[in-house]
Design a protein around this ligand. Structure first.
Ligand code: ADP
Ligand code: ZN
Length: 210
């Protein structure tokens, strides 16, 4: 299964991605996590990405596209992949389409997690992130996944959230029509229990991949 997950910040893409990736036995490729891992390791890529991430802006397409193209050469995607956080604008979507067309491995579906703005802000301000594995959590001091310390991402602070929502509306939302036109879009509500959202997503995906 070759899948893209799209939705506003705070829709729970990372959480759903983990369950969906496990269900389909495919790697979860999160561009945000790759950037954060590079930042933590102090690589040139991480240093370059940091100022954009902290301000809620997109990292340059040239940088992001190369990083994803490289990731898509790894052997572990033989069974497919779940891209989370990429593409984030139409130019990236076009690059992805071209890369996959060249390999003759087009996408099977694009899953949109939809959520209203008020809910997004409430979720993001409450969100904490693990310093070690980047797992998101709410209301705990230690990561529920690995026990690491949690912190508030610079871009989960109120001032930056507003900008991220604007960036989403202006730059990312257009990929929804792009994928609808390609006949790939599936929309699932991001409201409700995590397990129910996963179940809804899987049943919708099973319908298209039949
Ligand atoms: P979110 O919680 O907003 O979904 P992510 O963890 O996916 O956050 O991304 C965090 C930040 O990493 C983005 O605000 C952006 O600066 C950078 N980033 C992630 N993916 C991309 C991308 N495809 N193109 C450009 N920048 C990206
Ligand atoms: Zn952790």
């Amino acid at each position: 299964m070759r899948l893209v997950l799209v939705g506003p910040p705070g829709a729970g893409k990372g959480t759903q991605a983990q369950f969906l990736a496990a269900h389909y036995s495919i790697p979860h490729i999160s561009t945000g996590d790759i950037f954060r891992a590079n930042l933590k390791a102090g690589t040139p890529l991480g240093i370059e990405a940091q100022s954009f991430m902290d301000r809620g802006e997109l990292v340059a397409d040239s940088v992001t596209n190369e990083m994803v193209k490289d990731r898509l050469t790894h052997d572990d995607i033989a069974n497919g992949f779940l891209l989370d956080g990429f593409p984030r604008n139409v130019a990236q979507a076009e690059v992805l389409r071209a890369v996959l067309a060249e390999k003759q491995t087009p996408l099977h579906a694009v899953l949109e997690l939809s959520l209203a703005n008020e809910e997004i802000v409430a979720r993001l301000t409450a969100r904490r992130t693990c310093k070690d594995c980047f797992q998101p959590s709410v209301g705990v001091d230690k990561c529920p996944q690995c026990g690491g310390d949690v912190y508030q991402r610079e871009d989960d602070k109120a001032e930056v959230i507003t900008r991220r929502l604007e960036v989403y509306q202006e730059q990312t939302a257009p990929i929804i029509s792009f994928y609808r036109n390609e006949g790939l879009l599936i929309t699932v509500s991001a409201l409700g229990e995590v397990e129910d959202i996963t179940a809804n997503a899987i049943s919708a995906l099973n319908r298209v991949s039949e």
